[in-house]
Design a protein around this ligand. Structure first.
Ligand code: ATP
Length: 580
């Protein structure tokens, strides 16, 4: 509740005006039965107007005058309802926009560790459906709450002025209806949560399938994928069905209670009319007012159930907003980075029970190249993650003598260029993709980077050259072309003092691989480079090579040294030599 009102901050003005507008609309609505009573009793019939003498003074016995005023009031009600809709939507849309922005910013700064633990589909759902639930609640229900309270109070006052005894009869069902709504609200909350989770799972499966479509086709997993989707789809259907069923039971039962209440008033009221204790006009007004009285009670139930759903959504959003984010500490600085790297007894595990790196130590002077070889899962990418300060580590990692933990994350990442094996390219032009890190790259800089990455001549063969759009709406690139564009995108940035190629030359042939490495070397002699590769030819020219096995360095040396000693390096070298 506190959180919900927190969201309203800054939009109190439009919300208050919306509530005033809806109260005025309700006044117009509630006045109509009084006018009808007057018309029936005092204009058509011959009953003394009593408290309604003021109507007699204003309209005399003119039915036309009363009808006219009913029309005017209905029009005014329409105007006030429009204002309420306009103002509350304005506030709710802005609040939803604010929440989305907050979430997006949080996601940008959330620690990498938290990111890897979250399912993408679920996150997308929290940023869309859950925000939508809050928007709907604030845009419709909160303002309705003002109307409900006012309507309930005002209807009761009018009714009791007309006839206190019949008012009591009209209230019999109120506690029943309210209690019923409350139980329903408690029950439905869990189902709403389950429904949200099922929707999240559905989105996750869909998202995974779309992004992994090539793997699915390659392994002929279509049927398995369809089965998997059918499972989550069926479970989503079942939960939603149960939800709708429960809601239907609620609406039907509450309608029954309302009708029952109408019946009670009609029977008791008719008896009173027969006994001459009530006029027909008052009974007519009462029947209308009973519906008006029970509507807010029922709405209160609905509001409570929507509130249940909204609290679940708020909880899911707050869960993301309260996740750990990368926060700069006061001791973290922005020292000049040249590129001397030193790992001393570095150990790390994604969880406490399993070490992924164990006592890793090596020195990498500025401008030199380190080759990293190791079987899958041996910790190569993890080592690179640590260098980017994505995780905390044990031991010491120093860059130019500064402990990595004391260097601001944003600063060190600005200085380190990382090319992944499967880079993510944007659905933009080739030129925009290469120059993504800065807006104002000159064409020559883009061409030079592309040339160094051995992709320039390829790009020129595309239909629109550097202006060709990459991705679904444009050209489909091969794995090697993607890798080379990603290399060009990384090396164009002259701020980078350290370059990391995480198996990012795997999809290019040996010759292109060599051409790229030579071009990089001649571009800048003082950039420190780390190359992870399964291909010995890619690593052979490195100044130093480490071989990782289950997180430990098991061999270290130059290519010439390593092919002399027995071990993984020589075994792979021999195998690759044989293949050649
Ligand atoms: N985010 C993560 N959370 C938990 N465990 C992880 C995470 N990332 C990697 N691991 C585990 O850490 C170990 C090392 O993974 P890493 O990706 O560093 O290996 P790698 O040598 O780069 O492998 P590959 O050559 O296949 O890329 C593996 O056992 C892997 O399952």
């Amino acid at each position: 509740m506190k959180k919900l009102f927190g969201y309203l901050k800054g939009y109190g003005g439009p919300f208050s005006l919306a509530i005033i507008a809806i109260i005025l609309a309700t006044v117009m609505q509630l006045s109509v039965p009084i006018l009808i009573k007057y018309a029936i009793d005092s204009i058509i019939g011959d009953v003394e107007p009593g408290r309604l003498q003021f109507l007699m003074d204003a309209f005399g016995k003119s039915l036309g005058g009363v009808v006219l005023i009913i029309v005017v009031m209905s029009l005014l009600r329409g105007v006030f309802m429009f204002l309420k809709g306009y103002l509350s939507s304005y506030a709710a849309e802005n609040i939803a926009k604010d929440i989305r922005e907050k979430l997006y910013t949080q996601i940008q700064y959330m620690t990498f560790e938290r990111h890897t633990r979250k399912e993408t589909g679920d996150m997308v759902q929290r940023c869309t459906s859950d925000v939508e639930t809050i928007r709907r609640f604030l845009g419709v229900q909160v303002v309705d709450l003002g109307r409900i309270i006012f309507m309930l109070g005002f209807t009761l006052v009018i009714m009791s002025t007309l006839n206190a005894e019949l008012t009591l009869y009209s209230m019999i069902m109120i506690p029943v209806l309210f209690f019923f709504s409350y139980i329903f609200f408690t029950k439905i909350q869990k189902t709403f949560k389950k429904s949200d989770e099922a929707e999240g799972k559905l989105t996750t499966v869909l998202q995974e399938n779309l992004s992994g479509v090539r793997v699915v086709r390659a392994f002929g997993r279509e049927e398995h994928e369809i089965d998997r989707f059918e499972d989550v789809n069926a479970s989503h259907r079942n939960i939603t069905y149960k939800l709708i069923e429960t809601l239907a039971v609620f609406w039907a039962s509450s309608d029954f209670l309302t009708l029952l209440q109408n019946g009670i008033v009609l029977v008791v009221g008719a008896g009173m009319v027969i006994r001459g204790e009530l006029t027909i006009g008052t009974l007519t007004a009462f029947i209308t007012y009973v519906s008006m009285l029970l509507w807010p009670v029922k709405q209160l139930g609905r509001l409570l159930s929507e509130f249940g759903k909204t609290t679940v959504s708020i909880g899911r959003i707050e869960e993301i907003l309260s996740e750990d984010i990368e926060v700069d500490q006061p001791n973290e600085g922005e020292p000049e980075i040249y590129g001397n790297i030193s790992f001393r007894n570095v150990s790390f595990g994604y969880d406490e029970h399993q070490r992924v790196l164990e006592n890793v130590s090596f020195e990498l002077p500025v401008g030199s190249t380190l080759g990293i070889l190791g079987s899958t899962g041996s910790g190569k990418s993890t080592l690179v993650h640590l260098l980017q300060r994505l995780y905390d580590y044990e031991g010491s990692i120093q860059i130019d003598g500064h402990e990595l933990k004391d260097i601001r994350r944003g600063w060190i990442r600005k200085k380190i260029g990382l090319v992944l094996q499967e880079p993510h390219l944007y659905a933009k032009t080739v030129k925009e993709n290469i120059g993504i890190t800065k807006r104002n790259y000159k064409e020559k800089e883009i061409f030079d980077a592309a040339k160094a990455a051995s992709i320039h001549s390829n790009i020129l063969t595309f239909k629109e050259g550097y202006d060709t759009i990459i991705g679904e709406k444009g050209v489909s690139l091969s794995g090697g072309q993607k890798q080379r564009i990603a290399i060009a995108r990384t090396i164009i940035d002259s701020d980078k003092r350290i370059l990391i190629f995480d198996d990012s030359l795997s999809a290019v042939d040996t010759e292109t691989d060599m051409r790229i490495r030579n071009a990089l070397k001649s571009r800048s002699k003082d950039i420190t480079t780390l190359i992870i590769s399964h291909r010995i030819a890619t690593l052979a020219e490195a100044d130093n090579i480490i071989v990782l096995d289950e997180g430990r360095i098991v061999q270290m040396g130059t290519h010439e040294e390593l092919i002399q000693e027995e071990g993984l390096y020589k075994r792979i070298w021999d195998l690759q030599q044989m293949a050649v």
